[in-house]
Design a protein around this ligand. Structure first.
Ligand code: TPP
Length: 621
């Protein structure tokens, strides 16, 4: 049924007003993407004024519908909508793209209602799928709306998310592709031909409609269908014009990401008529009162590890201890969710999956989608833990960084680290993960060396609010700690010490055991070295290490790690001891690793006890 003509005119005026605002914001800042906003202004005005259910006071209300501007460069459109809905004051609009502003160039968590930072294209649908999965499983009446660009869907991750959402039948997920046929450097079909776009989504298990995205009758009908749809995710492919409404912008390739001059703005306004009787309040159906919200409390897991949990005489892989911890601790909080990338029987997260299938999501071999979906799960208030081989998370580094930037309470646990995995060879070994993860601001990076530390660090990881990465090794190693040992973040453990230590050895993970063997052999030869297990690679207590080394009066610190020489423990020590005059000798993997037994590889690449022994002897003699 067509809309009442009066309502339709009002909506058209509203969309023009939103276009004007988007132009105004970008002209005032001298940068941004006005034409990107203009193509989507009609459909997003409908979403924000007629369709979505927002809390009138609290844009982060946990019971409200959620929205993601996956094409984050349409930020001015979001800010204009927020302003016209009454969530932003006119004064604040003036701060767009200025330092300190909540209105950043692309949406960030500084602005209430934003569930994940966007701007690195292709990630929003995955975040939305993670959120929709939680809402659907919990039987919550909440929808998630995602706006994407038609260039953005070049990203493979979009199709990873589309496949997951289709197979999970996420009927509370509504996607919009703004099919304006222009991307950054060229027309879409000159870059890659995405047609038939609606059929593509249909073949991925979606319900789809294709509409004229500037026709409010068609828009209203599309959303009526979306509301009636109950068993599939719903995609609206909206054919639009980039720069719609303004003659010198519409369909113009060269106007992507170009702000209008003041004179052009005046001209554009003249072509975007807004009725004098526009009554925004009367159009607004989206603001509701969802009532008060209980504040989320930090997750605290009271579990006392005891010798009944493990056999101190046995050897364990860190991943096995992690799997045990995930299962035991996972029972203590309903907020813990685990996501996998088809490796759960290798990472041992299957121990959780078997015990709590209601809180487990298998995402398949699609690590980028896995990470962003976890960010979405976390955005619903869960503690979201993703698992795969550490190496395969490296392909999702951008997604991890965006998740951390989004202040998401998500965790990555990467198994099979270093050359100690052995025969599978270099493609399966994470050799640079510590560097990648340590570089992320506010990240917590953990590296256990035995059963007890892996178990206790899993607890720390689950309780920590924010992004945390833990690397777990594959091979079995003996138990170093007693069950009551504690592992505060940022600290380290001294495992061998004497009053006559001539050097300090910092080691982490699997090769802590090699460092201990080397230290014992050095002691037999009359040379004592202090051995420190660096289980917390970030945060790290630089001052404590420096004071400890200076009190010994030593000249050398050796670092031993199953990792490349760049970015890991060696660099951590260089930072901590910078300017102290103490030399850092890195013992790490150089060059491309290969297949072989773990022992043979550790020996060949010079990170076993014998190699460390020889290096210490050579440097100190
Ligand atoms: C992952 C990623 N690659 C490249 C860019 C740079 N970039 C910003 S906008 C854009 C074009 C997007 O086109 P489209 O999705 O069609 O959006 P439109 O502006 O046409 O609505 C590109 C390539 C980016 N932001 N993210």
């Amino acid at each position: 049924m067509p809309l009442e003509p009066q309502l339709k005119q009002q909506l058209e005026s509203l969309a023009h007003l939103i276009r004007r605002d988007s132009i105004d914001l970008t002209t005032q800042s001298g940068s941004g993407h006005p034409t990107t906003c203009m193509s989507a202004a009609d459909i997003m005005s409908w979403v924000f004024f007629r369709e979505i259910r927002l809390d009138q006071h609290n844009l982060d209300h946990p019971l409200a519908d959620k929205y993601i501007f996956s094409k984050g460069h349409a930020a001015p459109l979001l800010y204009a909508l927020m302003y016209r809905l009454g969530y932003l004051e006119a004064d604040e609009l003036k701060s767009f793209r200025e330092i300190g502003s909540r209105l950043e160039g692309h949406p960030t968590l500084r602005l209430p209602g934003v569930v994940a930072a966007t701007g690195s294209l292709g990630q929003g649908l995955s975040v939305a799928a993670g959120m929709a999965e939680v809402y659907q499983r919990e039987g919550r009446d909440q929808k998630v709306y995602v706006l994407m660009g038609d260039g953005e869907i070049n990203e493979g991750q979009v199709w990873e998310a589309a496949m997951l959402a289709g197979s999970r039948k996420l009927s509370n997920l509504i996607g919009i592709v703004d099919r304006n046929r222009i991307q950054q450097s060229n027309f879409c079909d000159q870059i890659v031909d995405a047609e038939p776009l609606d059929e593509k989504f249909r073949s991925f298990g979606w319900e789809t409609v294709r509409i004229n995205g500037h026709d409010f009758d068609a828009i209203a009908e599309a959303f009526a269908k979306a509301r009636a749809n109950t068993d599939k995710p719903f995609m609206i492919v909206a054919d639009t014009e980039k720069g719609y409404g303004v003659s010198f912008l519409s369909g113009q390739l060269k106007r992507h990401g170009v702000a209008l001059s003041a004179a052009e703005k005046e001209q554009a306004y003249a072509e975007l008529p807004v009725a004098d009787d526009l009554d925004i309040a009367a159009l607004t159906q989206s603001r509701k009162d969802f009532g008060p919200v209980a504040e989320l409390q930090p997750v605290r897991l009271s579990y006392s590890l005891s010798s009944a949990d493990f056999d101190p005489a046995k050897k364990y892989a860190a991943r096995a201890a992690y799997g045990d911890a995930l299962k035991k601790l996972g029972g203590l909080s309903e907020r813990i969710w685990v996501l996998d990338g088809d490796t759960s029987n290798s990472t041992y997260s299957d121990r959780f999956a078997g015990a709590y299938p209601d809180r487990h999501l298998e995402c398949g071999i699609a690590e980028q989608n896995l990470v962003s979906a976890a960010v979405g799960v976390a955005a619903t208030g869960k503690v979201a833990v993703s698992n795969s081989f550490a190496r395969f998370f490296e392909r999702a580094y951008d997604q991890i960084e965006m998740g951390a930037y989004s202040q998401a309470n998500f965790k990555i646990v990467g198994s099979h680290v270093g050359i100690s995995i052995g025969e599978d060879g270099a493609s399966q070994m994470a050799m640079a993960d510590c560097g990648f993860m340590r570089a992320i601001p506010d990240a917590v990076v953990l590296s256990p060396s035995d059963y007890v530390s892996a178990f206790k660090l899993t607890q720390a990881l689950l309780e920590h609010e924010g992004f945390c990465y833990m690397r777990t090794f594959r091979g079995a190693a003996s138990v170093l700690y007693s069950a009551d040992e504690s592992f505060p973040l940022g600290d380290y453990k001294v495992l061998r010490q004497s009053e006559s230590d001539a050097a300090v050895v910092l080691a982490t993970g699997y090769v802590v055991h090699e460092a201990l063997k080397a230290a014992d052999k050095l002691a037999e030869s009359g040379l004592n070295v202090r051995v420190i297990d660096v289980y917390s690679l970030k945060p790290f207590n630089n001052d404590k290490l420096r004071a400890e080394c200076e009190s010994l009066g030593i000249k050398h610190v050796f670092t031993l790690e199953d990792h490349y020489a760049t970015g890991g423990l060696g660099d951590l020590a260089l930072d901590a001891l910078n300017g102290s005059g103490i030399r850092v000798e890195k013992v790490a993997v150089q060059g491309w690793p290969e297949s072989g037994s773990p022992e043979a590889l550790l020996a060949k690449y010079g990170i076993d006890a014998a190699a460390l022994y020889a290096r210490v002897k050579q440097v100190l003699s």
